[in-house]
Design a protein around this ligand. Structure first.
Ligand SMILES: *Cc1c(COP(=O)(O)O)cnc(C)c1O
Length: 377
């Protein structure tokens, strides 16, 4: 990235800081874990690693039922198929493209609901007036790992007989009042992509209440195959392979420690940005166990510079941040002419001011200090 003349450039003195970096466990530990694959010659299709990872994950996420997938996007796709949804799904525009795409790829219509300014999550007080006879489900996202207003969403879903699928891609290990986040709604999807808090190279998991879904998910991710002589469903190929599961097994031993490191860095950011006018940093929510997956800040009017100006400045100093999530899904070229995006004021406000700063467990405290110093300048 070339330096801009108008800014002081520290390229020569400081290394570049990426927005995130995947964690890799010690090489030997992973090799040890995959060694058995050479003995069993079982590479995919629900082998021993898959079974072991599924059961470890269930324990870790404190849920009764879990099913593994090759990635989070296909897991979400199959959750929609398994629940037989139709018509319209109420969701948030402030999310990653995969949330909305999972809806539209199923020939369903996303109905975008505005978000809360405090949590960036779907505003549960604005859901009810979007419900009509075509609505079949609500698909909220626990954005940046901050839990949605799950009790209110539950109340609404019960009142109108709607399903709830949570996109919990960011919320690995999060708890509300001691209750694991995967226990809310009908189904929750966790992404275990390399850049997420916890990963299995690529990977996805669904957690759910209804135990009958287990068999349906097993079939949907394996071509709908019931048995050797029978295919009972129109399924796809979304199976997690043994190498992914092995990475998940090894990484699970490190996750608590990694989240601790993220927490320390997050608290340092908060401390160093506390008195910067116009910079708003998330604080912990009461009674929530956080996973510190991202470090989003809002750049507001009082800061004196726009988000885009700060983005350029940090980038030109080797600090790679993200405008995450900008643009809103409702403003994507592939959606903007087909959806109602007229009543999304908070979402627009946040999308125009959001910046996600570098945060990953291997990051040095000096890097956090340098980034905050750059912002203060
Ligand atoms: C990462 C992500 C997904 C997709 O998960 P993959 O495992 O990458 O397919 C879906 N929703 C959100 C909010 C995400 O951040």
């Amino acid at each position: 990235m070339p330096c801009k003349e108008s800014v002081i450039c520290n390229h020569d003195t400081f290394p570049k800081i990426p927005v995130t970096q995947p964690f890799l466990p010690p090489f030997e530990e992973y090799v040890q874990e995959i060694k058995e694959i050479w003995e069993t010659n079982w590479l995919t299709n629900g082998g021993p690693k898959h079974q072991k990872f599924e059961s470890l994950l269930k324990k870790h996420l404190k849920v009764e039922h879990a099913n593994l997938f090759v990635n989070g996007t296909l897991a979400l796709d199959l959750a929609i198929k398994a629940l037989n949804l139709n018509g319209e799904i109420i969701t948030t525009p402030f999310t990653f493209a995969a949330t909305t795409h999972a809806i539209t790829l199923n020939n369903l219509k996303p109905i975008f609901c505005d978000i809360e300014l405090e949590t960036f999550n779907i505003d549960s007080t604005k859901i009810e007036h979007l419900i009509n006879e075509n609505t079949s489900a609500i698909m909220p996202v626990h954005v940046f790992g901050n839990p949605c207003n799950v009790l209110e969403i539950e109340r609404i879903a019960q009142k109108y007989d709607l399903k709830i699928i949570y996109d919990a891609a960011h919320a690995f290990g999060v708890e509300i009042n001691g209750e694991a986040i995967g226990n809310f709604g009908d189904v929750s999807m966790f992404s275990m992509h390399a850049t997420k808090v916890f990963h299995s190279i690529e990977g996805g998991a669904l957690t759910f209440k209804d135990k009958n879904l287990m068999n349906i998910f097993n079939k949907l991710k394996n071509f709908g195959i019931e048995s050797e002589d029978s295919v009972s469903m129109i399924g796809t190929n979304a199976k997690m392979n043994e190498f992914q599961a092995a990475m998940g097994i090894v990484n699970l031993q490190y996750i608590d420690d990694l989240i601790m490191k993220r927490k320390e860095l997050t608290f340092l950011y908060r401390e160093l940005l506390e008195n910067v006018k116009g910079i708003k940093v998330h604080q912990d929510l009461p009674n929530v166990k956080h996973n510190y997956s991202y470090l989003p800040i809002l750049i507001e009017y009082e800061f004196g510079r726009t988000r885009d100006e700060l983005y350029e400045y940090l980038t030109s100093n080797g600090v790679y941040c993200r405008k995450y999530f900008y643009p809103l899904c409702s403003d994507f070229d592939c959606y903007k002419n087909n959806v109602d995006n007229s009543d999304l004021f908070n979402a627009q406000y946040v999308a125009e001011r959001i910046l996600t700063l570098p945060l990953y467990p291997q990051m040095k405290k000096e890097d956090v200090s340098r980034i905050c110093q750059l912002i203060r300048n």
